[in-house]
Write a protein that binds this ligand. Structure first.
Ligand SMILES: *[C@@H]1O[C@H](CO)[C@@H](O)[C@H](O)[C@H]1NC(C)=O
Ligand SMILES: *[C@@H]1O[C@H](CO)[C@@H](O)[C@H](O)[C@H]1NC(C)=O
Ligand SMILES: *[C@H]1O[C@@H](CO)[C@@H](O)[C@@H](O)[C@H]1NC(C)=O
Length: 525
C-alpha cells in the first residue's frame, strides 16, 4: 500500500514536473547582426534539442542551425543592405568619436527599425499566422512594436537580450536600474574599482541620454504598432503588451562578470549560451601534438586578420622567430598550407581548427588571439590566459578589457616586433597571476545551479506550463514613474515638513514679539 501510494506520488510529481514538450514556439529575431543571432539561435537550438517544434524568422541567414528548426529568412532590400553594409565597414575601419558614431548609428538604426517593421507585412512572414503557436521569443532590437505579433497569436512572450540587463530591458519586467553602482555598458570599470563621483556622473548622463533616445523610439514604436495592428478588433495596446512580457533572457552572468545588481525573478541570466558545454574529441594529429608537448602548448588563431594585406610579411616573420624558439608546442591556424611562415618542429599549422575543443585541452597554457568576442569568451570559459593582438573594429576594446581584468596582455598587432612579442608571451606564461585570474573566473562562471542551456529549457517550459509567468511579475511593472520613485510621497512629506517649519517659525516670532513687545527688525534698527 505504502509503495503504491509512494509510486502514485512519484508519478504525480513526475507529471507536474514534466516539461511541456513538443510545444510550437516562434522565434522572431530580426536583428541584422550575426553576433546577436548566434546568441538567439544557440538558445533556440537548445529548445529544438529538447523536443520543441521551433519556427524562427530572421532577416539574415543564421550560422547556427538545427535540423528540426523551421527557418524563414526575409532579407532586407538591396538598397537597405547597401546602407547597412557601408555603415558596418565605416564603423570597423576607424576609431570614431562618440558624436560621429552616434550620428552614423542613428541613420543606420532607422534602416534597421524600418526593415523590422516592413518584415511584419511580408507574405513570407504572414504565413506564420497559419500555425497555432504556444509561445513567442522576441530578440530585442528596438522592435517593441513586434509584440503585436504575440497579441495576434495570443501567446506569452519571452524577450531575448544579448547583453547584461539595462534600462530598456529592465522596464519590461520592473527590474531596478541602479545608476549609482551598476556601470553602463560603455562605462568600463577595472576589477574591484568603485564608482567615484566622475564615473557616477558619466553613468547618470549616459542613462539620461539613453532615456531621451528611448523616448523618441517609443513614439515611433507606437506609430508602427498602430499602423500594423490598429485595425485588429479587441486588440491590446502596445503599453499593455510591454507589461505582458513573461520573462527576459539576458546573455550575462552577473556573479562572475559584472557589478552585483538586483535582478527580479523574471530576468533569467543565460550568459555563455553559445558555448559548448562538453568539448568534442580532437582530431588524432592535434591530440598527439598536444600530448607530446612537455612544457604545455600554445594556440594561435588570428581570425581572418592575418590574411589581410595590412599585415606585413616582416610581422609574420617576427612572430615565427619568436614562436619557433619557444619550448612550448604551438598550434597555428594558417590558411595557406602551401606557403607557411616557416618550418619548425614545435609548430603545427592547421587550416581549420576546432578552437573551443582545443582550448578545453589541459595542455594549452596560452591563447594568442585577435581579440574577437567569440575567442575571448571561449578562453574565459576554459580558463586560458591570453596574449591579444588586436587590429581593428571591436578588437582593441575587447583586448583592453581583457587586459584590465588581468587575464593576459595586449599588443597592437601593427606595432608588434620580436622583443615585445616575446616579452608578452614569456610574461603571461611565466607569471602565474594571469592563469590564476582567468581560472578563478572560469570556475565561478561555470558554478551555477543550472547550465545556460538547462536554464533556457527549464524556464521556457515553465512559461509554457503556466501560459505566462504572471506570478513572477514585479508590481513595479504596473506603476507610474511618479509612484515608482515615490515622488508623490516625498512631495507630500516635504510639503508637510515645510508647513511645520513655517508654523513653528510663525509661532516663535509671535512669542518673541509678545515677550519683547515689538518686532525684532524694528528693534535692530
Ligand atoms: C511545427 O511547426 C510548423 C510551423 O513552422 C507547423 O507547420 C507544423 O505543423 C508544426 N508541427 C506540429 C507537430 O505542430
Ligand atoms: C498576456 O499574456 C497572457 C499569457 O501569458 C495571455 O493569456 C494574455 O492574453 C496576455 N494579455 C494581453 C493583453 O495580451
Ligand atoms: C548605470 O546605470 C544604469 C543604466 O545603464 C545601469 O543599469 C547602468 O547600466 C548605468 N547607467 C548608465 C547610463 O550609465
Amino acid at each position: 500500500m505504502a509503495t503504491l501510494r509512494l509510486s502514485v506520488v512519484g508519478l504525480w510529481l513526475l507529471l507536474i514536473a514534466l516539461p511541456a514538450r513538443g510545444a510550437n514556439i516562434l522565434g522572431l529575431f530580426s536583428s541584422h547582426s550575426q553576433s546577436h543571432l548566434i546568441l538567439h539561435m544557440s538558445m533556440i537550438k537548445a529548445l529544438a534539442e529538447s523536443g520543441h517544434n521551433v519556427t524562427v524568422v530572421t532577416m539574415v541567414k543564421p550560422t547556427i542551425m538545427h535540423k528540426d528548426i523551421h527557418l524563414i529568412v526575409v532579407p532586407v532590400t538591396d538598397e537597405q543592405e547597401r546602407i547597412l553594409e557601408g555603415q558596418m565597414k565605416e564603423m570597423a575601419g576607424q576609431k570614431n568619436s562618440v558624436l560621429s558614431t552616434m550620428t552614423r548609428m542613428l541613420s543606420g538604426l532607422s534602416v534597421m527599425i524600418d526593415s523590422q517593421f516592413q518584415l511584419l507585412s511580408d507574405p513570407r512572414f504572414q504565413r506564420i499566422y497559419e500555425t497555432k503557436f504556444d509561445l513567442m521569443f522576441m530578440g530585442y532590437f528596438i522592435n517593441d512594436f513586434q509584440l503585436g505579433v504575440a497579441a495576434k497569436l495570443k501567446v506569452p512572450v519571452i524577450v531575448s537580450w544579448m547583453q547584461a540587463p539595462m534600462t530598456i530591458i529592465n522596464e519590461y519586467v520592473g527590474n531596478p536600474t541602479e545608476v549609482s553602482y551598476v556601470p553602463n555598458l560603455q562605462t568600463a570599470l577595472g576589477q574591484g574599482e568603485q564608482m567615484g563621483f566622475a564615473k557616477r556622473l558619466e553613468n547618470l548622463s549616459k542613462e539620461l541620454l539613453l532615456r531621451a533616445m528611448m523616448f523618441i523610439f517609443d513614439r515611433q514604436s507606437d506609430r508602427f504598432y498602430e499602423q500594423q495592428f490598429g485595425e485588429e478588433p479587441n486588440f491590446p495596446t502596445l503599453a499593455e503588451m510591454k507589461r505582458n512580457v513573461s520573462l527576459v533572457f539576458t546573455n550575462s552572468h552577473t556573479i562572475s562578470e559584472g557589478a552585483i545588481r538586483p535582478l527580479v525573478p523574471a530576468i533569467v541570466e543565460i550568459g555563455g549560451i553559445q558555448l559548448k558545454e562538453q568539448p568534442d574529441p580532437l582530431p588524432e594529429d592535434i591530440v598527439t601534438f598536444l600530448e607530446a608537448s612537455q612544457h604545455g602548448a600554445i594556440l594561435l588563431c588570428l581570425g581572418s586578420n592575418i590574411k589581410s594585406t595590412a599585415v606585413k610579411p616582416e610581422l609574420i616573420q617576427a612572430m615565427f622567430k619568436v614562436l619557433s624558439s619557444l619550448k612550448q608546442n604551438v598550434i597555428w591556424k594558417w590558411e595557406d598550407l602551401e606557403s607557411t611562415p616557416g618550418k619548425s618542429a614545435n609548430i603545427l599549422y592547421k587550416k581549420w581548427l576546432p578552437q573551443a575543443d582545443i582550448l578545453a585541452h589541459p595542455k594549452i597554457k596560452l591563447f594568442i588571439t585577435h581579440a574577437g568576442k567569440g575567442g575571448i569568451t571561449e578562453a574565459r570559459y576554459h580558463g586560458v590566459p591570453m596574449v591579444a593582438l588586436p587590429i581593428f573594429a571591436d578588437q582593441p576594446a575587447n583586448a583592453d578589457s581583457m587586459e584590465k581584468s588581468g587575464y593576459g596582455l595586449s599588443q597592437d598587432l601593427l606595432q608588434l616586433n620580436e622583443q615585445n612579442f616575446r616579452a608578452k608571451i614569456e610574461e603571461v606564461i611565466g607569471n602565474e597571476k594571469y592563469a590564476r585570474a582567468i581560472k578563478s573566473f572560469s570556475k565561478l562562471y561555470r558554478d551555477r545551479p543550472l547550465t545556460a542551456k538547462q536554464s533556457v529549457v527549464y524556464w521556457t517550459d515553465y512559461v509554457l506550463r503556466y501560459n505566462g509567468a504572471v506570478h513572477l511579475q514585479s508590481p513595479a511593472v504596473h506603476m507610474s514613474t511618479l509612484a515608482y520613485f515615490n515622488i508623490d510621497v516625498y512631495a507630500a512629506v516635504l510639503a508637510a515638513l515645510s508647513l511645520a517649519v513655517l508654523l513653528t517659525w510663525l509661532a516663535l516670532r509671535c512669542i518673541y514679539r509678545k515677550l519683547c513687545g515689538k518686532s525684532p527688525k524694528v528693534k535692530r534698527q
